[in-house]
Design a protein around this ligand. Structure first.
Ligand code: NAD
Ligand code: IPM
Ligand code: MN
Length: 346
């Protein structure tokens, strides 16, 4: 029997319940489809930081490198550890070290879920650049605390980085409805974003079958709400993609539905699967968080590992669950009840 090795990082807050729920669904699907999943759990989190002074051990990345994939819940507990410490100590270094440059975030309305819009058609795929841009971590502060203080945060866009994410997005558009929306702010940002637009134009010659349109980020935010049916694949830089995918999550009914895959397309390091949402401190102890986003992310993981049938079976179980009215409205059903319904539908 083929067995895939998975590093499980539940992390903080609802991340723990969400990964536990997803893991039970993944195990059931694996059993039904004749393969194994061997999970190794790592307690790396803000609690781990408070005990050890680090979000993960110094060789954490090397430990993870040996796994076939990583399933992560959520990182961050800002009441106790600053986000700038926790995220730069765990989540962001994993994305960067394993060159998971393509962050795939599907947004569509599940059956039985009423989003806040009257949209009857909402099915877009956001492709977010995941290793550079506004998240490069280049910058600094001088004269800290004084009235002369200056803070600089530099976005770094490389030809290699921009070309590979755009190519990835063109390929995704080719396998869907053939439309690509490339998002920048090249009216105000005249170097990086004009460069991004230039590369988009250059590459479009190689993909004559893909209809590509460039939009400004502000106009795209409005378009996602006013005319989502006009969109298919949306590609954006790290920060713009981050913002658009919380918007996409809201349109699909809430953050409890939005899945995400941090992909290393070259497959020379593990990819990581996690929901779009965070640790949700406001509901963390209530047992009402929706596990569907993490379960869907788990289905993306199985798909990536070549277990296409099991991945499709999980997606069908998610759809059957929401179609029956379970897990459709934030806070209505408990995490356990939604997980039981998912397990029963597998
Ligand atoms: P959040 O995504 O945790 O929560 C935003 C809102 O969505 C909250 O009202 C929350 O209750 C709700 N929500 C989130 N997931 C839900 C679910 N599964 N079911 C129902 N409702 C859900 O964002 P935040 O409050 O800005 O961040 C909290 C912490 O998480 C911070 O430390 C932040 O940095 C971190 N964070 C981590 C990740 C990640 O690990 N990938 C992503 C986003 C935020
Ligand atoms: C996400 C999160 C992270 C991001 C944060 C927690 C650093 O918001 O995965 O969308 O901005 O990438
Ligand atoms: Mn985000």
């Amino acid at each position: 029997m083929k067995t895939h090795t998975i590093a499980l990082i539940p992390g903080d807050g609802i991340g723990r319940d969400m990964t536990a729920a997803a893991w039970s669904v993944l195990q059931k699907a694996a059993g039904k489809h004749g393969f194994g999943l061997k999970g190794t759990e790592f307690p790396w989190s803000c609690a781990f930081y408070k005990e050890t002074g680090a979000m993960m051990p110094a060789n954490g990345i090397e430990i993870l490198r040996g796994f076939d994939a990583i399933l992560l819940g959520a990182v961050g507990w800002p009441a106790e550890v600053p986000d700038s410490v926790s995220l730069h100590g765990l989540l962001l270094p994993i994305r960067k070290s394993f060159v998971q440059y393509a962050n795939i975030r599907p947004h569509r309305l599940l059956p039985g879920v009423e989003g806040p819009l009257k949209a009857t058609q909402f099915d877009i795929l956001c492709i977010r650049e995941n290793t550079e841009g506004e998240y490069s971590g280049a910058g600094g502060r001088i004269h800290q605390g004084s009235s002369d203080e200056v803070a600089v945060e530099t976005s770094i866009f490389t030809r290699k980085g921009v070309e590979r994410i755009l190519r990835f997005a063109f390929e995704q558009a080719r396998s869907r409805r053939g439309k690509l929306a490339s998002v920048t702010k090249s009216n105000a940002q005249k170097y990086s974003m004009v460069f991004w637009d230039d590369v988009t134009r250059e590459l479009s010659a190689e993909y004559p079958d893909v209809e590509v349109t460039s939009y400004h980020i502000d106009a795209m935010a409005a378009r996602m709400v006013m005319a989502p049916e006009s969109l298919d694949v949306v590609v954006a830089s790290n920060l713009f993609g981050d913002i658009l995918t919380d918007l996409g999550a809201a349109i699909q009914g809430g953050l409890g539905f939005a899945a995400s895959a941090n992909i290393n397309p070259e497959r020379n390091a593990p990819s990581m699967f996690e929901p779009v949402h965070g640790s949700a401190p406001d509901i963390a102890h209530l047992g009402i968080a929706n596990p569907i986003a993490t379960v869907w992310s788990g289905a993306m993981m199985l798909d990536h590992l070549g277990e296409k049938e099991a991945a499709a079976a999980i997606m069908k179980a998610i759809e059957a669950t929401t179609a029956s009215g379970i897990g459709t409205v934030p806070g209505k059903d408990r995490t356990d009840a939604i997980t039981s319904a998912l397990l029963a539908a597998i």
